[in-house]
Write a protein that binds this ligand. Sequence first.
Ligand code: XUL
Ligand code: CO
Length: 439
Amino acid sequence: MMAYFENISKIKYEGPQSTNALAFKYYNPEEKIGDRTMEEILRFGVAYWHTFTYDGSDPFGAGNMERSWNHLTGLELAKARVAASFEFFEKIDAPYFCFHDVDVAPEGKTLEETNRNLDIIIDEIEKHLKTSKTKLLWNTANMFSNPRFVHGAATSPNADVYAFAAAKVKKGLEVAKRLHAENYVFWGGREGYETLLNTDMKLEQDNLARFFHMALDYAKEIGYEGQFLIEPKPKEPTKHQYDFDVATGIAFLRTYGLEDKFKFNIEANHATLAGHTFEHELHTARIHGMLGSVDANQGDPLLGWDTDEFPTDLYTNTLAMYEILKNGGLGSGGLNFDAKVRRGSFEQDDLFYAHIAGMDSFAIALKVAHKLLEDRVLEDFVDSRYDSYNSGIGQKIISGTTNFKELEEYALGLKEVKNTSGRTEKLKMIINQYVLNTL
Ligand code: XUL
Ligand code: CO
């Protein structure tokens, strides 16, 4: 069998003192953090599109990624990428991967031809899955790249496009069932609007909900039991996307009676595009019991678009892992690196450095977050901050046994209202100490 990464052997854990750039310094899959191993908690996934399909092109320049499969085209290229991907998964020790339909197989001129191509490649993937430890975290349908989706897919004003989108998701669910995908993702790439001057927002949102209901019905019909996930993003490519953020997504799901069937796939860079922190989105999903999976990446504060960088910010990752641990883990979800190497990092080895950087960063974050939780650093502070609700008038508010009249009477009887400090800086200081001292 041809080796696509022949100069790289399996990446091993060598510990924090190692100077080998092609080794894990902190990610030790077997190491136990609490009662589970790092591998079990982190559930890393490789994003097929960024790692095997992305060619480095941007709006100002052509593709420049040096890849050992670049000389191939069509189905031969698609097959080579599958072989390369499983070699990569084994060498980087990734338990999961994710893909869009068009990442793995070339689109044909017709839907039949596209599906035929997909079947050929899914056969290949299925063969590899039988012998590989790597599993499919999720798959999805790309309903934003092809020009037919210019006005959206399930929110298109054109019913023919809607039908086309349905056909793609139908096929996607069949693939998910066949490959035992643990989740199925909906990211609404162009499900939104450019201007209200030409948009019937109510009809578009109703149609999107109808689409989700039909997807659920079909999954039930074929016996696919993976978790359905919505991946919020506020904008890009569309000016305003309907799945703006987790809170908007929850409102949408509840409006249309879908809230029990969906959870969220939360992407760090989408959170920041929405004007939130990564942890805000994770937290919001968590407190509503809807934290499903994570697209682990980071944006660039100086740029402000979806740069999809590998997540190396220890502070942010720590606060993300804190939410994930408080959630009891990710269930059927994982940490999918929806991240790409920078255009300047065009050599093939950079794919390994990038994943090692992301995996080590999250391993550190996991350790720090675990220790923070073990020591109840934030828990105890937050508990004491809300202590006024444990007795007296606070307890009455919580138990719903008071009213405005009684509260007014209580307020009139107060001599002074005394607040205490929120201690933001003190808490940040302590977190820094944990980041530096935990390892
Ligand atoms: C785009 C994005 C997608 C989804 C899957 O910003 O994140 O790649 O993760 O469609
Ligand atoms: Co994503």
